[in-house]
Design a protein around this ligand. Structure first.
Ligand code: BGC
Length: 511
């Protein structure tokens, strides 16, 4: 029953061919798209904790935090304008990812990446040169458009270039770049915060142009995916590309399947209506619940606000930024665990283990903060407790980095049938951005209102999502993407949504 459908996939297809250097190189370049997303996540928290930045743009926040030192620790940084600065990007990304799905389909994946990179570059320039809040927020909206285009096109690109058996690993390259972007941003903040003239924040924001140039220039050298070439009416080029990326002349079987899948996809006039059909209930649920739960782990409280959070618990400026660097490093390193384990231990194991570890850490952090600041928000943090908090937060970040982080992008991208995969991917990105926006916008308010209970709030959601995975998310490790319907058919709950007619000829349920 629960434990969710184990499917015998021994009848699954394996196409001939190797993992070529060409594919690996193209995947790394495309994954640069994750770099701009990550840089952005990491940069705003540090910048919003720099005094010179606050004084220039959010003086009321600065004065509340600095001058009125007697106020409740939990509410020091509560400012709607400040959170709007951080989270405006995600609303822009949400809207942009819907538009990007059309560009990605009609013009090809690489042009979405290119366009995203260019717009992001303008956003970085505007932010670095900002002289008022409007310039800052417009700049961030442009960054958001860039992120929306990249997050829509890069995962699709990676999935299409990857040979089936490496799908998980190559997909997680995207998440790896996200974590590297976050870490680099944290390091840059650590350095620029020390710039005496108080213009360090300009360097932090302006340097976002570097990953933007990397993806913009890199995308020009990227080949189109065979799928996209077929879709856009270039079958010969598609076949040649397939030979090149698989490193073999024997691509007929895969090519035929691509053509057939593309024909099937062309018959779907309204993917958004199709996605609502009964047989798609399971993947649709995944594309909504997984990004929603990913954000409700509370990870972005750490990613956006680590320096602010560490200041709240009594660290000095330098120690706060340093702690953010440490969590950023843990985030990158732990992602490698996922890269190695995802196709061996499987998705479910990582989800369940990660959930339990995150919950344990949230309970510890909540209890430590409660023991110092109680409900009044007054108190002094001891060194020992502060160190324990940082360690627990690191263990929490590690658990996220090998579970909900990468799997939040991987699983929704691999469970849809081809004809609605792109619509499903849009849904995933949109839900993710929407709840990233909510967390970004509400976190400081929630900390002020819920105090240490905020950690229990996210902990409660981690319990819900872990039960959800246990009951409703089947193992998808090693299952060829086009056979996913069998996983649902064999599942104790989702099985009833799949009729025999929904299973294409030639595929028989194994149980
Ligand atoms: C999430 C981001 C998060 C990041 C942390 C990504 O998978 O979508 O919201 O900040 O992981 O590494």
């Amino acid at each position: 029953m629960a434990g969710g459908g184990f499917v015998d996939t021994s009848g699954g297809k394996e196409y001939p061919g190797n993992v070529t250097l060409y594919v690996i190189f193209a995947s790394i370049v495309a994954a640069f798209g994750g770099l701009i997303f990550g840089y952005d996540i990491g940069i705003s928290g540090g910048v919003t904790s720099m005094d010179s930045f606050l004084l220039s743009f959010f003086p009321s926040v600065y004065h509340k935090a600095k001058v009125d030192t007697s106020t409740n620790q939990y509410c020091k940084f509560d400012s709607e304008l400040l959170t709007l600065f951080t989270s405006s990007l995600y609303l822009a990304a949400l809207v942009a990812s819907v538009c990007a799905s059309t560009v990605t389909r009609v013009a090809g994946r690489k042009w979405s990446m290119f366009g995203g990179g260019i717009v992001f570059l303008f956003g970085a320039a505007l932010n670095g040169a900002a002289t008022n809040v409007a310039m800052l927020i417009i700049g961030r909206i442009l960054l958001g458009v860039g992120v929306g285009f990249a997050n829509q096109s890069v995962p699709v690109y990676l999935s299409e270039m990857a040979p089936a058996r490496l799908r998980g690993m190559l997909n997680i390259l995207f998440q790896l770049m996200i974590t590297i972007g976050i870490l680099v941003a944290n390091l840059i903040n650590y350095g620029t915060a020390k710039i005496a003239g108080g213009w360090g924040w300009r360097v932090s924001l302006g340097l976002a142009g570097v990953p933007a140039i990397m993806i913009t220039v890199g995308s020009l050298f990227l080949p189109d995916t065979p799928n996209s070439l077929i879709e856009r009416g270039h079958p010969d080029e598609a076949k040649a590309m397939l030979k090149k990326i698989r490193g073999t002349e024997e691509v007929e079987a895969e090519y035929e399947d691509l053509v057939a899948a593309s024909e099937e996809a062309k018959q779907i006039k309204h993917p958004w209506r199709n996605i609502l059909e009964k047989r798609n209930r399971a993947p649709l649920t995944m594309s909504i619940c997984i990004p929603f739960f990913q954000q409700l782990t509370g990870i972005n409280v750490i990613m956006f606000y680590a320096p602010v959070l560490f200041k709240t618990i009594g660290f000095g400026d330098d120690a706060s930024l340093m702690s953010a660097v440490i969590t950023g490093l843990v985030n990158v390193v732990a992602t490698f665990v996922s890269i190695l384990a995802v196709d061996r231990a499987g998705r479910r194991f990582l989800f369940l283990q990660g959930g339990i570890q995150m919950l344990a850490c949230q309970i510890v952090v909540g209890a430590l903060i409660a023991s110092v600041f109680g409900t009044t928000g007054e108190g002094d943090m001891t060194k020992v407790k502060a160190v324990f908090i940082v360690i627990s937060i690191c263990a929490y970040v590690a658990a996220f980095a090998w579970s909900w982080g990468p799997l939040g992008w991987l699983v929704p991208s691999e469970v849809f049938p081809l004809e609605i995969r792109s619509a499903g991917q849009s849904m995933n990105v949109s839900v993710n951005m929407l709840f990233t926006f909510f967390i970004g916008q509400l976190f400081l308010k929630m900390l002020c209102a819920m105090k240490f209970g905020l950690f229990y709030f996210f902990g409660a959601w981690v319990i819900v999502m872990t039960i959800f995975v246990y009951m409703f998310v089947p193992e998808t490790k090693g299952v060829p993407i086009e056979e996913m319907v069998l996983v649902w058919k064999n599942h104790w709950f989702w099985g009833k949504y799949i009729s025999d007619a929904d299973i294409h000829v030639g595929k028989k349920p194994s149980a």
